[in-house]
Design a protein around this ligand. Structure first.
Ligand code: GLU
Length: 441
């Protein structure tokens, strides 16, 4: 059975980059009728915070990316210790004592000699006595996984055939000196034990994948299918990594972006299919195919989310936005006609308030000098009210007959006098909502 997971580290809020990973894994699981796991990668007790775990869950719920199970790495430390013992017994795990400064120096020397900065495995030559001496001097060493120096190959769901020479990669540290288990092994143990069949993540993980394939094999597990999506860049192709902090999902929510707009964009961005606004999750699932994504960096422009949000809102019935309409101050009896008028004229729900204020208080009339008499004549013809959907048509017909004006010369000054603006909602739908006509004087 297809099982995928989204595995954020709770060290911050999730952003659009994480969302791509979450969404792809979610859609694969749902399309196959499989299981989607939310895995909290919290093996780093200092940087992991409970508030971020809660925030991740809130953001996922907001988007409707419901998970079938939550797993926490901090509750599985004994599983990782067991796997580490297994690797030790196999002779695939060794302790190394270099300090960060020493490692840095080694890397610099290698680079100076034109060699790739790969860990030289000096620790493999330490005798037990030397290790003991280093341990008492520096404390416990780190534990590195001894890679087999052969080519590591897999067919990536997005990148195609990949082949990495293991000797070009440093033996990965799986356990730190202070005993903290690192993601590289924890993830392998989890993926294997939880039956994860498909792993989609960012292309910054390609080298991890190479080493993890060897660890999975060493531990006797089955490799999942891997797919690495390209990294997001800004609209001009500029690196987004520094700005991702400002593209947290909660900030987008705050700015009024609608989940379906965000999901529709992210489910297609970087693929050979056009971005289309989808009306619900079922449509997104139906239209998703990981193989249609490309390896090239994917341009992301936050501004694209707003027209999609506007179009999504236009498609909604009042029932879906009743709270927002009420929050904008609209009385319940006007909610239906107000929404019908306003939904064509908003980008986000926060724009509702402005339209309601216009209806409630009327607008400061905008009247050009040459239209003064015309407006005075027109206002005199405006019935007392209450207005209905026919009022605008009947009134403008009467004004036309009385003044001889027609077309733009008729409609535009009336619109400006009633709304204070040159553009805006259909006047026929707006007029019945206007509680005050300030142009009446
Ligand atoms: N916690 C890892 C990360 O956020 C998970 C990577 C993976 O999907 O394996 O980068």
């Amino acid at each position: 059975m297809t099982t995928t997971r989204f595995a954020p580290s709770p060290t911050g809020y999730i952003h659009v980059g994480n969302l791509r990973t979450a969404l792809m894994n979610y859609l694969i699981a749902r399309k196959a009728g499989g299981t989607f796991i939310l895995r909290i990668d919290d093996t780093d007790p200092e940087r992991s915070k409970e508030e971020y775990v809660d925030a991740i869950k809130q953001d996922m719920e907001w988007l409707g990316l419901h998970w079938d199970k939550v797993e926490r790495q901090s509750e599985r430390l004994d599983r990782y210790a067991e796997a580490a013992d297994k690797l030790r017994e196999m002779g695939r795990f060794y302790e190394a004592f270099e300090t960060p400064t020493e490692l840095d120096l080694k890397r610099k020397k290698q680079l100076n000699m034109g060699k790739p900065p790969v860990y030289d495995r000096a620790a493999l030559n330490l005798s037990d006595a030397e290790k003991e001496a280093l341990r008492s001097e520096r404390g416990n060493g780190v534990w590195r996984f001894k890679l087999d120096h052969e080519r590591i190959e897999w067919t990536d769901g997005i990148l195609g055939d990949i082949s990495i020479d293991a000797s070009s990669v440093s033996d990965p540290v799986l356990i730190r000196g202070d005993g903290q288990v690192l993601y590289t092994i924890a993830s392998v143990v989890d993926d294997t034990e939880m039956g994860v069949t498909d792993v989609v993540r960012g292309s910054d993980h390609v080298t991890n994948t190479a080493t993890q394939i060897q660890i999975i094999e060493a531990l006797g597990g089955t490799c999942p299918r891997f797919a690495h999506h390209s990294l997001l860049t800004g609209p001009q192709g500029e690196a987004l990594s520094k700005r991702l902090g400002t593209l947290a999902l909660r900030d987008l929510r705050e700015q009024g972006v609608q989940p379906m707009a965000l999901l529709s964009l992210m489910a297609r961005l970087g693929s050979s299919d056009p971005v289309e606004l989808r009306s619900d999750m079922a449509e997104l699932i139906e239209g998703f195919d990981i193989h249609r994504f490309g390896a090239a960096p994917t341009k992301f422009d936050v501004q694209d989310l707003f027209p999609l949000t506007a179009r999504h809102l236009q498609s909604l019935p009042l029932a879906d936005v009743a709270d927002a309409v009420a929050d904008a101050g609209v009385p319940a009896e006007l909610a239906e006609p107000f929404w019908a008028m306003a939904r064509e004229n908003i980008t986000t729900l926060s724009d509702l308030k402005g339209w309601w204020e216009l209806c409630r208080d009327g607008a400061e009339p905008l009247i050009d000098e040459e239209d003064r008499e015309f407006i005075a004549a027109a206002v005199a013809l405006l019935p007392e009210g209450p207005f209905n959907g026919e009022t605008w048509g009947e009134w403008t017909k009467a004004v036309k007959e009385a003044t001889g004006r027609k077309g733009k010369g008729l409609f535009m000054p009336l619109r400006k006098a009633l709304t204070g603006m040159e553009r805006g909602p259909e006047m026929a739908s707006l007029l019945p909502l206007l509680q005050v006509i300030r142009a009446r004087g």
